[in-house]
Design a protein around this ligand. Sequence first.
Ligand code: ATP
Ligand code: MG
Length: 248
Amino acid sequence: MDVHKPDVMLHVEVRNKINIYSHTIPGPGGMPVGTNGKAMLLLSGGIDSPVAGYMIAKRGVKIDAVYFHAPPYTSERAKQKVIDLAKLVSKYSGPIHLHIVNFTDIQLYIYDKCPHEELTIIMRRYMMRIAERLSVESGSLALITGESIGQVASQTMQSLTATDAATTMPVFRPVIGFDKQEIVDVSEKIGTYETSVLPFEDCCTIFVAKHPVTKPNLKMIERSEEKLEEKIGELVETAISTVEKVWC
Ligand code: ATP
Ligand code: MG
């Protein structure tokens, strides 16, 4: 017998029963869900955020999710798509408590008061603030997004810095160094790709400017947000108190 290059490697596992096997099929891997606390996934209808949620769940983190929609600018079908995506991710992560936030009035108010090239970044900062509030209520310890450096204007280093400054919670971005194809590969593997590419509108794309800032200056963004002072607090409270919760 050649012990260095055996034709067949037999493994013997002694548990309550004795298992003998020679062939190993890799599973998703990772750690048991819930052994590493809970985090809040910002789940849109795109390709990236379901992959991000899956990757963090794989490390044993229980997932809650939040989706911002803007009826009537975004449809019921767009919302259903996100519910379907949460259900697909929950096959790996266990049940996901999805928080659906009506973001319309906040978006319209920002649209009305702030420079349009800063809309995306200011909207993203309010998403972070609301996600943080929901996390405190639900016991989540971090936020998760599907951002990847340089993919779009709101994902430059400067934009990510400005987004982070809106929250004191850690923000996990597990696909930060992936290019699009690498993210697509994982989404195909976990079975979310086909749902993600269904062509429904997203609240961010509807209010997007023709020329969004790619290198936002935090001081300037904060100055623009001062223009929202009169009503934004009340709008945020209403968005949080009217959140719809769905188990997926
Ligand atoms: P995705 O494929 O995940 O939609 P994207 O490439 O479209 O990402 P953006 O639209 O810039 O990128 O969004 C970046 C991240 O912000 C998303 O991955 C997601 O975590 C979060 N996000 C964006 N829009 C929403 C939304 N409507 N509700 C919840 N989270 C959102
Ligand atoms: Mg998107």
